[in-house]
Design a protein around this ligand. Structure first.
Ligand code: AP5
Length: 217
């Protein structure tokens, strides 16, 4: 199955992409994680992307799309993938269709995770991320077993630079400007399914798996 995960910052795209990739054996491709890796490795791409990310703005299309096209050259995507954080604009959705069309691997399902602003702010202000493996936790919703330490790899947990309330509001604003045309694009292709993400992670996962089963039936 080839899935794109849509939805505002903090809706739970990363959290559920990880769960789904394990459950369904799909590659998890997160443009946010790929960009953060470039920033921490100090690559030219990371240097150019960092300022946009810090301000809660979108990184220019040509940088993100080049990085993604590179990732799609890896063979694991043939078994299916979950794309988390791309596309974010109509232009990116059209570019994605072109890239995947050339590979004969079109998107099959676009899952739109919805969540209220209050829930989003609470989630992002409390999010903790592993510096080593990128795993996500939350101070109260999904605390690590040992404070400050990743359950999966023992790495150090940190708060993302863009998870400050002011930047979160900026990211939500940017998302709101692009969301309608992006959702219409997939709705018109009959690929869009909405999932309420204002519930526990297990309930959200169950809802998504129900949609995937229906799609495969
Ligand atoms: P990116 O990393 O993709 O950030 P985002 O889209 O803002 O999404 P988030 O990672 O903040 O949220 P999420 O929905 O993944 O939520 P999560 O699962 O972590 O992008 C960062 C930046 O990179 C962008 O601002 C932009 O600058 C740039 N960028 C990336 N892609 C780009 C592109 N295509 N084009 C241009 N620029 C791009 O969950 C959040 C928290 O809530 C966690 O702590 C989690 O534990 C908790 N949680 C999740 N679900 C639940 C639940 N059901 N119940 C309780 N807690 C929950």
């Amino acid at each position: 199955m080839r899935i794109v995960l849509l939805g505002p910052p903090g809706a739970g795209k990363g959290t559920h992409a990880v769960m789904l990739s394990k459950e369904l054996g799909l590659a998890h491709i997160s443009t946010g994680n790929l960009l953060r890796q470039n920033v921490s490795q100090g690559t030219e791409l990371g240097r150019q992307a960092r300022e946009y990310m810090q301000q809660g703005l979108l990184v220019p299309d040509e940088l993100v799309t080049r990085m993604l096209a590179e990732r799609f050259r890896q063979p694991d995507i043939k078994a299916g993938f979950i794309l988390d954080g791309y596309p974010r604009t109509l232009n990116q959705a059209e570019t994605l269709d072109r890239i995947l069309g050339q590979l004969h691997l079109p998107v099959e399902l676009a899952l739109n995770l919805t969540a209220s602003e209050a829930v989003i702010i609470q989630r992002l202000c409390g999010r903790l991320v592993c510096r080593k493996c990128g795993a996500n936790f939350h101070r109260t919703n999904m605390p690590p077993r040992q404070a400050g330490i990743c359950d999966s790899c023992g790495g150090e947990l940190y708060q993302r630079e863009d998870d400050r309330e002011e930047t979160i509001r900026k990211r939500l604003h940017v998302y709101g400007q692009e969301a309608a045309s992006l959702l219409t694009f997939y709705r018109e292709q009959h690929k869009l399914a909405d999932v309420s993400a204002d519930r526990s992670a297990q309930e959200v996962l169950a809802g998504i798996l129900g949609i995937v089963r229906q799609k495969n039936a």
